[in-house]
Design a protein around this ligand. Sequence first.
Ligand SMILES: Cc1ncc(COP(=O)(O)O)c(C=O)c1O
Length: 369
Amino acid sequence: MFSSRLKWETATNRLMQAVEARRASGDPILDLTQSNPTQAGIVYPADVLATLSDPRAMLYDPDPRGLLFARDAVARHFGCDLRRVVMTASTSEAYSWLFKLLCDPGDEILVPLPSYPLFDYLAALESVNVKQYPLRYHEGWWLDLEDLERAITPKSRAIVVVNPNNPTGSYVKTEEAARLNAMCRKYDLALISDEVFSGYVLDGEAHSLLDNDGALTFCLNGLSKLIGLPQMKLGWIIAGGPGHEEALSNMEHIADTYLSVGTPVQYALPSLLALRPSIVGQIRERCRTNLARLDGALHVEGGWYAVIQVPRTRTEEEWALLLLEKDGVLVQPGYFHDFEREAFLVLSLLTEPGAFGEGTRRIRDAITA
Ligand SMILES: Cc1ncc(COP(=O)(O)O)c(C=O)c1O
């Protein structure tokens, strides 16, 4: 009766079953996976909701690319031409529009591994297949561009980079971007750079692809992470490089079909951007504090996550279950993010520092026991 685009699995995984059982029994959980800033004890300015009351928002006069007013705010914030900007309801929606724009059913997009777990679903919903290319770790993360090139087929349409990546926290380096551009030109691919965490530099410097002109490039961002306001549902695509005008005029048809971006949040955008320093300052400070207290994490350059390696005496799932059931600590096993091998655990640096300190102490004790 239903489409085969998704497997529509309803079974809860073992870790989530254990979380539900623990909650039901009333036992406390030190949650080191909290990555929703609105539930992480961040103090938001009192006037956040007041930004949504602009009287101009009573008029419904949509523009498929997003209101000029909002595109102008994005363009000013990032220092780019507003003609390069298209507003979306979220970064996830931006992906779906780009897959519609670039792919026919059965085409492929290349995504990093490990990375953000939603790609499989976003692609499947557009009847697009995902091919993974690896990030490798040696004193820092790097893109395995040889493996990436080997994964390209005549059906490939785009390379996705998450910049900085979730959960490895690694930026795309200048020399990697140059080789990605060469590959995109050689195989006629577009480059999609997910930059939602780019403002959260923890070590080193950000490497945005906003000014990349070596390939058709789409940079994605949105309020979810840029200001820690996922409930506002506003994102955008900034296109650049050869052919971006034509790409955007084609995208306009997709956007016009949905007109999904709300008017009040678009009028609120300049005021929300003005509130950014206070919110982002807290998130950045928290991530830095937690990271500084964490011994032995893999090198993190930016973002909200840290990865720790644990002994392979147990599988990641066994570690996560043990930590939950014995120590009351909830972490994400690496396989949620498709790590190539075991055993890694992912911790959210957004966790309240008291819980983070105690949780990581218990993890350390469990590992050394
Ligand atoms: C790397 C990355 N991209 C995109 C998103 C989704 O952002 P949005 O809320 O704008 O859809 C997330 C959410 O966690 C993310 O981690």
